[in-house]
Design a protein around this ligand. Structure first.
Ligand SMILES: C[S@@+](CC[C@H](N)C(=O)[O-])C[C@H]1O[C@@H](n2cnc3c(N)ncnc32)[C@H](O)[C@@H]1O
Length: 183
């Protein structure tokens, strides 16, 4: 069976540059931050965002435990403010939407700020770079986020961006993702 977490990494990996700058827009428990940190390497940088103190604590502990290169900055702020913190082009941005696994399910990403963050991410995305946006439509806000993101990404200029989506079509509540590649 398809494992979304592994499949999505296959799609984003070709865009992750060693020595490049990456952003984890939804830090959570830090698994994506760790993955990005290891792949951009000692000379690269990772900025990771979350609004919850618990996420920063869990992520810091994971990075420490796994001996990640000290190439990361953990930021407690909403991801739609990314341009206040990141003043350089990025090769990759990852969004894993929804709530903190093991945390408060009422604190979840919300479609308006998510959309603002996605468009801010597009502004700072380097040529040849990509965004990965994983959506969890099994809860109400997740389904609405997915619909809104699909609508807005569908309207991007195809000469500038290639937008694709991967979805298990006989399981509509399963997670799915969008890949936005900048030409
Ligand atoms: C599904 S989790 C992310 C999982 C994470 N990538 C990992 O590897 O463990 C979603 C996270 O988004 C965070 N979040 C919610 N709203 C946010 C916002 N406006 N800006 C940044 N993070 C937000 C939640 O606090 C939660 O920790």
């Amino acid at each position: 069976m398809i494992d979304l977490i592994n499949v999505e990494k296959e799609f984003i990996l070709p865009h992750v540059k060693e020595g490049g700058v990456a952003v984890d827009f939804t830090m959570g428990n830090g698994h994506d931050t760790l993955w990005l940190s290891l792949h951009v390497g000692e000379l690269g940088k990772v900025y990771a965002f979350d609004i919850q103190k618990q996420a920063l604590e869990n992520t810091a502990a994971l990075l420490e435990r796994e001996n990640a290169p000290k190439n990361y900055t953990l930021i407690r702020a909403s991801h739609h403010l990314v341009k206040e913190y990141v003043n350089e082009k990025i090769c990759v941005g990852m969004f894993n939407l929804g709530y903190l696994p093991g945390g408060d399910k009422n604190i979840t990403t919300l479609r308006d700020t998510t959309l603002a963050a996605v468009f801010a991410a597009l502004d700072i995305l380097d040529n040849g770079g990509a965004l990965l946006i994983a959506v969890y439509p099994g809860h109400a806000e997740g389904a609405l986020e997915g619909d809104l993101i699909k609508e807005k990404l569908s309207a991007l200029n195809r000469k500038e961006f290639c937008v694709s989506s991967f979805r298990i079509i006989n399981s509509p509540a399963s997670p799915f993702f969008f890949l936005v590649e900048k030409k």
